[in-house]
Design a protein around this ligand. Structure first.
Ligand code: XIL
Length: 317
């Protein structure tokens, strides 16, 4: 049926993956990237902990390498991410209630710095990540919230728009994919109010870190996509993986396959703007470290062999 990338290109569909810098250097990994994806996102190197480890230090080199690789391979790029509560450098983690002005300066310098250097490079950017907590309230354990208050979100989008008028500005989160859930609805209400206030947001990201044991609620997902589209926004699937509670059994693998298939079908049918997987191989996966007892979440196994789910997705594409 042709390579996954060829299929995606043919229907003008952005099919992407999160990568580490080592993927670009390793010949086997880089071949897999070239044959399968037309969109890349940095798994870690653009997070502020790495990109701006101290106020005066900018770690551009690894990002430049990624940008050059993508250019050579004619791939698009997503940016991930400016304002998040995790993976920040100490000078940002330290920000407290009395540091509002300083925090605003750091916010503006960081966003403007990146989008000026990489003007026109990123197709879209996760301006803020995971701003809503599991109860549907603003996440309070974020240095940005602590120092600035909830306005930090609007500020970030305005700053980004000013720095690059063309990059699509995205609000990204997890557990926000279903209409009719506490977090899904709170996320929607926040985005709706941003649109109504004239904040320059172009789209939303559903991370979609899913579990094979929970069947996908297709109806609630489609309804959610549709209500964001009605606001005039795009929807991206930004960090797809479907983890399995170990040990892996044929039944669980079948359930995982069904979830990946439905997600891809929905993405194509609902005109989702990109489908990005948070890693392609179990050989190098964030899942076992972050969800003990879970694994086998990706479409290539530990030996970099494509699994049945890979071929099933190829059929759909
Ligand atoms: C994860 C990376 O995959 C890990 O390597 C890192 O140690 C922690 O962060 N939501 C996000 C991603 O938005 O940035 C996270 O990535 C996974 C959850």
């Amino acid at each position: 049926p042709g390579t996954m990338r060829g299929l995606a290109d043919r229907r003008d569909f952005l099919f992407g993956v999160a990568v580490a810098s080592t993927d670009l250097l390793d010949p086997t990994a880089s071949k897999i990237l070239q044959e399968n994806f037309n969109l890349l996102v940095a798994e870690n190197i653009m997070k502020l902990q790495y990109l701006r480890p101290s106020p005066t230090l900018w770690n551009w080199r690894p990002v430049d390498d990624l940008v050059n690789f993508a250019k050579e391979q004619r791939m698009k790029l997503r940016g991930h991410t400016f304002l998040w509560h995790n993976q920040n450098p100490p000078f940002i983690n330290r920000l407290g209630r009395n540091d509002r002005d300083q925090a605003i300066t750091i916010l503006e310098e960081t966003i403007t710095g990146v989008l000026t250097r990489y003007k026109g490079v990123f197709y879209e950017y996760d301006v803020c990540n995971e701003v809503i907590d599991d109860e549907g309230r603003f996440r309070e354990n974020s240095p940005w919230y602590r120092a600035i208050g909830p306005e930090y979100i609007d500020m970030a989008f305005h700053t980004a728009r000013k720095a690059d008028p063309n990059v699509k500005l995205i609000l990204n989160d997890y557990n926000n994919e279903y209409k009719g859930t506490i977090k899904g609805d709170a996320f929607y209400e926040l985005v709706k109010s941003m649109v109504e206030r004239g904040v320059p947001i172009d789209g939303v990201g559903f991370q979609l870190h899913l579990m094979a044991e929970h069947p996908l609620n297709e109806e609630a997902l489609r309804a959610n996509i549709q209500r964001f589209r009605e606001l005039g926004l795009s929807v991206s699937f930004t960090e797809v993986d479907v983890r399995i509670k170990l040990p892996v059994t044929p039944e669980k693998e079948a359930a995982q396959k069904a979830t990946y298939e439905s997600l891809l079908r929905i993405a194509l049918e609902e005109d989702v703007s990109c489908f990005v997987m948070w890693g392609y191989t179990d050989a190098n996966s964030w899942i076992p470290g972050s969800f003990p007892g879970y694994g086998s979440a990706h479409i290539f196994d530990e030996k970099l062999t494509p699994k049945p789910v890979y071929f099933a997705m190829q059929e759909i594409l």
